[in-house]
Design a protein around this ligand. Structure first.
Ligand SMILES: [Zn+2]
Ligand SMILES: [Zn+2]
Ligand SMILES: [Zn+2]
Length: 138
């Protein structure tokens, strides 16, 4: 298990107490986390600082946004490639959303289907969501 300090420094991000506290939550979670959940878990942190930290992490390719079917924004940890490729997000994976408990999970082990658009379109991002029932809710 990597420490949060090591994780940040290996991604060339200066550690601050707040950054460590926030990335800690992501490193210890196997599912995407909403802003509300982050606020609940870090009650001492003011919202603006939290949002700024999330923005920094997103810009640096540490976390990516996941929007679920009810338009709720969550954040999930990126694969290392996002930081390696000049912070260009490369999270090409399926997001599974449980329709009972609403948890959202990044599924990295399943390859995305090949999607070819007509030549006049430039694809920046492919988001694929799958809804169903998670293991805990079955
Ligand atoms: Zn990413
Ligand atoms: Zn569930
Ligand atoms: Zn994801």
């Amino acid at each position: 298990m990597v420490s949060s300090y090591d994780y940040l420094s290996s991604h060339k991000i200066r550690s601050t107490d707040i950054r460590v506290a926030v990335i800690d939550l992501f490193l210890n979670s196997n599912q995407a986390i909403s802003k509300n959940e982050l606020e609940e878990k870090l009650p001492d942190l003011d919202r603006i600082t939290l949002y700024r930290t999330l923005k920094t992490f997103e810009d640096k390719g540490l976390i990516h946004k996941v929007v679920n079917s009810s338009n709720k924004v969550k954040y999930a940890l990126c694969i290392d490639a996002c930081t390696d490729h000049d912070h260009h997000h490369d999270d090409r994976h399926i997001h599974f959303e449980c329709s009972k408990c609403e948890k959202t999970i990044c599924i990295d082990e399943v390859p995305l289907p090949q999607i070819s658009l007509p030549a006049e379109y430039i694809v920046n991002k492919i988001q694929l969501s799958v809804e169903g029932i998670c293991q805990d809710c079955q």
